[in-house]
Design a protein around this ligand. Structure first.
Ligand code: A3P
Length: 315
């Protein structure tokens, strides 16, 4: 006798099986579900999240398309919500583990390579993250007063970051994947959690409708004025940081320079099957100029123009 969750899981397997398929970088099968591409296992997790998650009013959900500044946002929100600013630097939570571990990506539990805390039972205010587009969120998140913070990034830098990241994982001892192909697939949206454009837009549009619920941050603005953006973020989260010294502390503790050089991010520890260190690279605005030729640049610019036209979203 099957219980009802088992039968619905089998139904989901059948549904997922029938979805349109594509290969990502010749290594990973992805499927198109409700307009977005995912690895099949992720779809199952996303379905479970959608049907079973009960939001609490003080939950904070972070949202981002991959490689747009997720790790940074996780670190910042962790420091703002769960850490006393006076804690000595060597006892800081960020020295204990990667931000990706402290703030879990809900639907990525399938990749977890070490025991993870029970997502649903962490201490209040609970802090979670998702790469899923807004439309995929459970109603209890959309309809309660819990807050959402989204970070987005220039599409050309996002693509270049994505390309480096997947090269390091899938092609460590091989030639990098042809960049023109990566650009083309990015523009067609055929990649994990893609299309990037619609994913980002889903949060942008919602944040304009409900600015008290969704804070939309841009990676470029955070790089340009980290203190100003952190101040805004802390205020939004209901934990304002007025003291200049504390503001500087949070910015420094979450900086790429610091995190990248922490032992915990250098010594080969792994989360989601990926070495901790691979979440930190250059953190530069405009690094795309070092990689994309003018055809690739045009291809992404054209796509961006078409997709974001009239939305007010610009990078
Ligand atoms: P680059 O590959 O351009 O260097 P994500 O966290 O969403 O996976 O995004 C990864 C990108 O954010 C990488 O960009 C990485 O270097 C950058 N990054 C990671 N931690 C950061 C931090 N603390 N501050 C600024 N950028 C950071």
């Amino acid at each position: 006798i099957m219980d009802s969750s088992q039968s619905s899981s089998d139904e989901n397997d059948a549904l997922i099986n029938d979805l349109p398929s594509a290969m990502f970088w010749d290594v990973m099968q992805i499927k198109k579900w409700q307009g977005f591409w995912f690895e099949p296992g992720l779809i199952k997790c996303a379905m479970k999240f959608n049907s079973s998650f009960n939001a609490k009013h003080d939950d904070v959900l972070l949202a981002s398309s991959p490689k747009t500044g997720t790790t940074w946002l996780k670190a910042l929100c962790l420091c703002i919500l769960h850490q006393n600013h006076n804690i000595p630097e060597n006892e800081d939570l960020l020295t204990k583990d990667n931000p990706q571990y402290h703030v879990q990506t809900i639907e990525s539990s399938i990749y977890s390579t070490k025991p993870t805390p029970d997502l649903y039972a962490t201490s209040s205010p609970r802090l979670f993250h998702t790469h899923l587009p807004f439309s995929f969120l459970p109603d209890s998140i959309k309809n309660t007063s819990c807050k959402i913070v989204c970070v987005a990034r220039n599409p050309k830098d996002t693509l270049v970051s994505l390309w480096h990241f997947f090269n390091s994982i899938f092609r460590a001892n091989q030639e990098p994947y042809p960049l023109e192909k990566a650009v083309e697939e990015f523009c067609r949206g055929v990649h994990q959690y893609g299309p990037y454009f619609e994913n980002v837009l889903s949060y942008w549009l919602e944040s304009r409708k409900r600015p008290e619920k969704i804070l939309f941050l841009k990676y470029e603005e955070m790089i340009k004025d980290p203190k100003g953006e952190v101040k805004k973020l802390a205020l939004f989260l209901g934990k304002p940081i007025e003291n200049e010294e504390n503001l500087e502390k949070v910015v420094w503790r979450c900086s790429l320079d610091r995190l990248k050089n922490l032992e915990v991010n250098k010594n080969g520890s792994v989360i989601y099957g990926v070495p901790n260190g691979s979440y930190f690279r250059k953190g530069m605005v405009g690094d795309w100029k070092n990689y994309l030729n003018s055809e690739m640049e045009d291809r992404i610019n054209q796509t961006t123009l078409i997709k974001f036209q009239g939305s007010g979203l610009e990078f």
